[in-house]
Design a protein around this ligand. Structure first.
Ligand code: CS2
Length: 448
């Protein structure tokens, strides 16, 4: 038996479930990239807001290519379990916010119609760093941003909205990029200027792109997780996600129209996301990538194993407290030392099997905002970043070790850089993928 609306009444009493009439909710949000992270984070907050009485915020999820999630969710009427796991046990909640999942490559018109629907007010994104289709210099890569990118579907939907006299939408990026709202706006405008120049002025007047800081550790769901959830529910749930109890969402309060009352369920609506976003990217994600490359090199599989190693633990602490924290101007209520303590405790969560290899992928997309900005700011002050330099050395080792099969959108460039025999020069030197001032420092550190 599969999880379904009809089966909700028979679930064990310990499993929380939607408190609202799901069928009566209009779809107010179209979300591109309906992976595990969205289901455990933005959809989970939206479900909580609907549990408190918010109406009209059901979500249509979109996968650009892969039919996997749609096949998991649609037979369950969009329902799925969020299992929060810690050393103290697990808590299960059925989330009802997702109405359906579309596969853009199979039903492009349905995706465009969803963006164009009058009840839609928000188009949100978790397409990962590479999904923004940027060149190494940060501009839109028009070759990648083709007819199967979110740019195309959003543009077609917005065209219909404009032609029908409908209001614009809020485009809400929920990926780990610094200043993600401003970046998305710039890239979207580059796309429109090339493909629909007539829409540029309308977009500028009617749509907004708030920045967000999103945080929850969500490992890829495994078969063991599905078995654990099936045992707890007494039903099969193909779309379940496993996560930690912690969750944070900081959103720039700059919406083009209505939005759910996310602040009533724990999100922070602020005028400036930057301090939160910078701390999260440089400390959490920075330490994550460090543990990933150094941990894999040391033979570990999971984050909790890597952070239990005294040497790697010390390195992660050094990155957060010595390298990153001095580059961050905290918000008035932000305590970076306490933040670092909390991050170490989250990484050590023994109930979360978060694979280092999941974090290690797409390094070219992650390393700039996780490490290089910290490195550059410290360099400007004449300070060194020992932990980050160790991380870069471990990343280069990771690329070399991959034997030509690097999981990264710039894999060709990275494989060629390794083949030159001087990857530091090829990647960080003049004209390299990550050209910067730190070539000599990276080289010196690698050689020790
Ligand atoms: C991780 C993030 O995979 C990765 O690169 O660093 O997904 C991390 O788990 C999240 O950003 C936590 O909020």
């Amino acid at each position: 038996m599969r999880l379904s609306a009809a089966a909700l009444a028979n679930l064990p009493a310990t499993v929380a479930r939607p408190l609202y009439d799901r069928d009566a909710q209009a779809v107010g949000i179209v979300h591109f990239g309906i992976g595990a992270f969205h289901r455990a984070h933005q959809a989970w907050y939206t479900d909580a807001a609907m549990n408190l009485g918010d109406r009209g915020w059901a979500i249509t999820g979109v996968s650009l290519r892969s039919p996997g999630v749609a096949r998991q969710m649609n037979p369950q009427g969009g329902l799925y379990t969020v299992a929060e796991q810690s050393g103290e046990g697990s808590t299960l909640r059925i989330v009802g916010a997702v109405r359906n999942a579309l596969v853009a490559s199979e039903e492009p018109d349905a995706v465009i119609a969803a963006v164009a629907a009058p009840a839609t007010h928000i188009v949100s994104l978790t397409v990962t760093e590479k999904g923004y289709c940027r060149t190494a210099s940060g501009d839109l890569d028009f070759e990648q941003a083709h007819s199967l990118s979110f740019y195309y579907f959003v543009t077609q939907g917005l065209l219909r909205r404009r032609n029908a006299g409908l209001p614009g939408v809020t485009l809400l990026p929920c990926d780990n990029l610094a200043d993600n709202g401003a970046k998305l706006e710039r890239l979207m405008l580059q796309y429109l200027a090339r493909h629909e120049p007539d829409l540029v002025a309308w977009f500028e007047a009617h749509c907004t792109c708030p920045s967000t800081m999103i945080d929850r550790i969500v490992p890829a769901t495994t078969d063991e997780d599905r078995v654990m959830v099936a045992e707890a529910l007494g039903l099969q749930d193909e779309a379940c996600v496993v996560t930690e109890p912690f969750s944070q969402w900081v959103i720039e309060d700059k919406f083009a129209g209505p939005r759910p009352r996310w602040e009533a369920v724990g999100a922070q609506l602020v005028t400036d996301v930057a301090p939160y976003e910078t701390a999260k990217l440089r400390m959490l994600n920075g330490a994550h990538s460090l543990l990933a490359y150094c941990g894999l090199k040391a033979g570990y599989t999971y984050v909790h194993e890597a952070v239990a190693d005294p040497t790697l633990h010390h390195l992660a602490e050094t990155l957060m407290r010595h390298d990153a924290a001095p580059t961050i101007t905290p918000a008035p209520n932000q305590n970076l030392a306490a933040y670092a303590d909390a991050l170490i405790a989250r990484f050590a969560n023994p109930a979360l099997n978060h694979r280092l290899s999941q974090i290690a992928m797409d390094g070219s997309q992650k390393i700039p905002q996780r490490w290089l900005e910290t490195l550059a700011e410290n360099a400007a002050q004449g300070r060194h970043c020992p932990a980050i330099l160790d991380g870069i050395a471990a990343w280069i080792h990771h690329l070399t070790d991959a034997n030509g099969t690097v999981d990264d959108p710039f894999s060709c460039e990275l494989v060629s850089a390794i083949a030159t025999g001087d990857p530091v020069e090829a990647i960080f030197g003049h004209g390299g993928l990550m050209a910067g001032q730190w070539t000599a420092a990276v080289r010196a550190r690698r050689e020790t």
